[in-house]
Ligand binder design. Structure first.
Ligand code: UDP
Ligand code: GLC
Length: 414
């Protein structure tokens, strides 16, 4: 097994015109969904994206002319901290969805589950429809992020897949530590189209619109959630001079309203009202990032990958990230950015102040990061890696579970 991003790609013939049923539980565009959006594009004429909730992600897929269907009207309950009993009752709720997915899956060659609930549904639908399952693992499967019950469930089901694509070595390592089968897992980083991140000419206008002229702007681009650690950046601001301001881009996507409230309270308590703006969820991340002097990633739990870190690099902006999980694979401290211990507001403030005082050095590092990220995470190359892995699954399964063969079986032709 190879545990880096250089995949031991099989020699299966390409291209195989496989039809793929992608499954994702979310109606909202989080990082896993934005990653999926780029993966599905090459398959738009022979795929369906099945979602378990309606929302902005469906709209985004439609804008890109990708076939999408919302497969259930009910919102599903397999929460992070659910116990065994809750898990079982959730399974009851899932049955109509599983039946529907299994039926649809017969028209496709592969089921590709992109989230945990999609894995639960996809794994059972895979058995029923006799279609191979691919699981794209976007999470660090550890007790830091999940209940033991859900961990066990996720690993047991993932071990039934034909292929597990981990979004980083950190996610792969946690999967293996939780009992994942090493023969199934390959690391593929998120891919990005570098040309979409070059918007230097919008900087003055964006800064003017936000009233940020003359400020040193630190940007934070993440959904508002306790583990994303926005509060750490607020604490760090108190250790920086007044011209250092912060913009928080992102909203509480998955019900973290209490945390959002807490952040506003913290701003008031620290007297930071004039130095902080919450911009909510935005679709113009690139122009906002490009208007920043520094992008801060502050997760207090290990980040599985961290798209925003790569995006900041591609925008040519210096980035400081929490030293845990996938972020460590993305940033080489002092060369392509900075890493600070998770939750350490003082160290974060030190980096902010260094970048403010030594702007030429910060720009040089950002430039180096931009060059390196444009190569390491180039979307077409990443999509080719995925295509080769899927072709491997298609070839291995052909003759046993392929669409044509088992359609015949279903019709009693064997
Ligand atoms: N993002 C966005 N609008 C926002 C905030 C974030 O489009 O207002 C995007 C951001 O550019 C990134 C993704 O959401 O591509 C977040 O992915 P990441 O991997 O950083 O974290 P996740 O939320 O998936 O854990
Ligand atoms: C998940 C992870 C995030 C990762 C994204 C794309 O949302 O939380 O770290 O970047 O998936 O793989």
């Amino acid at each position: 097994m190879v545990i880096n991003n250089q995949l031991p790609i099989t020699n299966y013939p390409l291209p195989i015109r496989m039809k793929i049923l992608f499954l994702d539980q979310s109606g909202k565009p989080g990082g896993a969904e934005l990653c999926l959006l780029d993966i599905v594009k090459p398959y738009r004429d022979r795929c369906l994206v099945g979602l378990f909730a309606d929302g902005g992600f469906k709209d985004l897929l439609q804008q890109h002319e990708i076939p999408v269907q919302v497969l259930t009207g009910r919102s599903l309950q397999v929460s992070k901290d659910s116990g065994l009993l809750q898990g079982a009752s959730s399974l009851g709720q899932l049955l109509p969805l599983i039946t529907r997915v299994a039926k649809i899956a017969r028209e496709y060659d592969i089921i590709y589950a992109n989230t945990q609930k999609a894995l639960v549904v996809g794994a059972i639908a895979s058995l029923l429809s006799r279609r191979p399952l691919v699981y794209h693992l976007h999470d660090i499967l550890s007790t830091e992020h999940f209940s033991r019950t859900n961990l066990r469930l996720a690993v047991t089901l993932a071990n039934r897949a034909s292929l597990v694509i981990a979004n980083s070595q950190a996610s792969q390592k946690a999967f293996l530590a939780a009992g994942g089968n090493p023969k199934l897992v390959r690391v593929v980083y998120n891919g990005f189209a570098p040309q979409l991140y070059r918007q230097e000419n919008s900087v003055a206008q964006t800064r003017q619109e936000l009233g940020l002229e003359g400020k040193f702007v630190v940007g934070h681009f993440s959904r508002l959630a306790p583990w994303k650690g926005q509060h750490v950046l607020l604490d760090a601001l108190t250790q920086c001079p007044p011209e250092v301001t912060a913009i928080f881009v992102g909203d509480a996507l998955f019900g973290e309203q209490d945390y959002k409230q807490q952040l506003h309270q913290q701003v008031a308590e620290l007297g930071l009202e004039q130095r902080v703006q919450f911009l909510g969820f935005r679709s113009d991340v690139v122009s906002l990032m490009t208007a920043c002097d520094l992008v801060a990633h502050t997760s207090i739990a290990a980040e599985p990958f961290g798209r925003v870190i790569v995006e900041a690099m591609l925008c040519g902006r210096p980035v400081v990230a929490s030293q845990a999980g996938g972020a460590v694979e993305l940033v080489e401290t002092g060369k392509t950015g900075w890493l600070v211990p998770p939750g350490d507001a003082q160290k974060l403030a030190e980096i902010i102040n260094t970048c403010r005082q030594q702007s030429e050095m910060a720009s040089a590092i950002a430039h180096q990061a931009q060059i390196s990220a444009s190569q390491r995470f180039e979307l077409n190359e990443i999509n080719r890696q995925i295509e080769r892995l899927l072709a491997g699954v298609g070839s291995r399964e052909s003759g046993v579970g392929s669409r044509e063969e088992s359609d015949k079986e279903d019709k009693g032709e064997f």
